[in-house]
Design a protein around this ligand. Structure first.
Ligand code: C5P
Length: 213
């Protein structure tokens, strides 16, 4: 019963991991299957929205009716997101790498037998940047934590100035088909019992729609 709740709305979603090159054959990434972002894209389309999914590298197929923009690095993801704005809703599900290698090597790095030191620089926070814009969409963040979920989730919601942040426990959710989510908004915490990610996505879309209306 999500049909039509987002009719006429433009929804922009990031999903999957980002991949930060070290050299042409190696890189740094985060653990993320992309399943939650793709499930949300599908649920938002079912709800009648025009959906753009900016996706890092995943093995998943694009949900029907969803426009997908493929990116690799956080820098590319940021550029794609800024190009796709404005939107009514921005759901940042991607596990964006916090750091990138300052200067990726143009050729494959050869083993020297010794150690290797990489200089990492911070990546831009895409969600915080979008949420701070004067034309900011309704922004939803995700936080995968390994402990003290409520505390970390509320802190992130405040830092990034988000109306809604979705928390989940990391070892539980990574790559899995099901997830247990906790929604944090101005009304407090609201737990969605463990269920299939598509079912969770539909519940989350209904929750987002209720915030908009
Ligand atoms: O700070 P943390 O990475 O845990 O925040 C998670 C939320 O912020 C997610 O919604 C994620 O997609 C988003 N994010 C982002 N750009 C970053 C880091 C996180 O959009 N560089």
């Amino acid at each position: 019963f999500t049909t039509g709740v987002l009719a006429g709305r433009r929804v922009l979603i990031t999903g999957g991991p980002t991949y930060e090159a070290i050299d042409p054959v190696r890189g740094l990434t985060n653990r993320s299957s992309g399943k939650m972002g793709y499930a949300l894209a599908r649920a938002a389309h079912e709800a009648g929205a025009e959906v753009c999914l900016v996706s890092g590298p995943t093995c998943l197929t694009t949900p029907a009716g969803v426009r997908r923009v493929d990116v690799q690095s956080a820098t590319e993801m940021r550029e794609a997101v800024l190009r796709e704005l404005p939107a009514n809703v921005f759901i940042a599900v991607a596990a964006v790498a916090d750091y990138r290698v300052e200067a990726a090597a143009p050729q494959k790095i050869k083993k020297s037998g010794g150690g290797l030191t990489l200089t990492l620089v911070a990546n831009p926070d895409i969600l915080a940047e979008v949420a701070a814009r004067p034309d900011a969409p309704f922004c939803v963040g995700f936080a995968a934590e390994t402990e003290r979920l409520a505390e970390h989730a509320e802190a992130k919601r405040r830092q990034k100035k988000l109306p809604l942040l979705v928390g989940n426990l990391a070892p539980d959710t990574l790559g899995a088909d099901a997830a247990e989510l906790v929604l944090f908004d101005d009304d407090g915490a609201h737990r969605l019992p463990r269920a299939d990610k598509l079912e969770q996505a539909r519940a989350l879309i209904r929750h987002i729609a209720s915030h908009l209306n």
